[in-house]
Ligand binder design. Structure first.
Ligand code: SF4
Ligand code: SF4
Length: 348
């Protein structure tokens, strides 16, 4: 396994990390087996979050007895001090550890939230205190919004940044990655497989191998998936002619209908969480049914009915997506799936 220095944290972590979202869908036994197989393959960087329901606890069970061999990253989406402290304590407990290697502010997608993190009475002072107390070792941030991520890096207050980066969403290569190099901030790639939109692991991973400092954390649900990716990392770095052709084909097919979750389309007059609705296909693949039908996706879908057809979001979308048409399609698709699910569960 190749190792990468994670920016100014100075931690050496495996180039291939583990993304802890999909193990929520598995039984605990299977989830623990998947994480253990990752460790056996030489993966040392494991990422999870307070918000990923059972993920922290399952990772904690899988690493029991091997704590010193892994680098644990988790995150909190709290926006107030009380919740932030609660989340950190809970993460330590669920993971069953005395310290967390990397604690990240989760989903900081607008400047107001970034200011809230950095304010003198905000969350950063709490994270810094926890660092002094030895509860966490390093502080990072995750974002889907490139301008916010760039600003965060420039503040020199964060040691790592996590951002989506793949051949369908390659924008980070232009400015964010160079900025990370300049500020010695570690770069963690959160959507190696475009959030489940890309099935061809060879193309997705070979694209990322061109960027040697990037730590990738594909979400892993099956042992075969991680074995395949680990093998790709051992193989040739260059794409074959057929793969290059396939990559262009995928870009063409998905490119014009692919939401980058940048949220430039906001604010929506009806407060529709457009990117959540647009990316529901990815949530369908990654969340357990209770989360997909009962969590944050359902209210997002319900909001689509309140669309005023004003078209302002489409004017702001840099990818010219037909947002109004797409959100309605997604809402119809979701309603059908939900009906089937409720009938199935009701029949048990
Ligand atoms: S068209 Fe609909 S989704 Fe777009 S901004 Fe207007 S109300 Fe919101
Ligand atoms: S719809 Fe367009 S602007 Fe909105 S999040 Fe998706 S890609 Fe970004």
């Amino acid at each position: 396994m190749e190792f990468v220095r994670l920016g100014r944290t100075n931690m050496m972590v495996s180039r291939l990390g583990f993304g802890g979202i999909p193990i929520q869908r598995l039984s605990e036994e299977d989830a623990v087996a998947v994480v253990k197989r990752c460790l056996d393959l030489g993966i040392t960087f494991l990422d999870t979050a307070n918000g990923y329901t059972t993920s922290e606890e399952r990772i904690g069970k899988a690493i029991a007895g091997r704590r010193e061999k892994v680098t644990l990253a988790t995150k909190s989406g709290a926006r107030n001090r009380e919740d932030f402290e609660k989340h950190m304590k809970l993460s330590l407990k669920r993971l069953g550890v005395d310290y967390i290697d990397l604690y990240q502010f989760h989903g900081v997608n607008d400047f107001k939230s970034l200011e809230g993190v950095l304010a003198p009475d905000g969350l950063m002072p709490l994270a810094e205190q926890a660092k002094k107390a030895g509860l966490i070792r390093h502080i990072g941030i995750t974002s889907h919004q490139i301008d916010v991520a760039k600003k965060a890096v420039q503040t020199d207050r964060f040691e790592t940044v996590m951002f989506p980066f793949n051949f369908l969403t390659p924008e980070a290569a232009d400015e964010l990655l160079p900025l990370c190099r300049q500020h010695d901030v570690g770069f963690i790639d959160m959507k190696a497989m475009a959030g489940g939109m890309v099935d061809n692991a060879s193309i997705a991973i070979k694209f990322l191998r061109k960027f040697p400092e990037v730590v990738m954390i594909p979400g892993i649900e099956k042992i075969a998936e991680i074995e395949e990716i680990a093998a790709i990392l051992q193989g040739p770095i260059e794409m074959t002619a057929a793969e290059l052709e396939e990559m262009e084909k995928i870009k063409k097919e998905l490119g014009s209908r692919f939401c980058h979750r940048c949220d430039y389309c906001q604010p929506c007059k009806s407060q529709i969480p457009i990117s959540t609705v647009m990316c529901s296909g990815s949530f369908y693949k990654r969340l357990p049914p209770e989360g997909f039908y009962g969590g944050f996706v359902a209210p997002a879908m319900a909001k689509v009915a309140e669309c005023l057809d004003c078209g302002e979001c489409e004017e702001r979308c840099p990818y010219n997506l037909p947002i109004r048409e797409m959100i309605k399609e997604q809402a119809d698709w979701y309603a059908g799936l939900k009906r089937e699910y409720e009938e199935r569960v009701g029949c048990r």
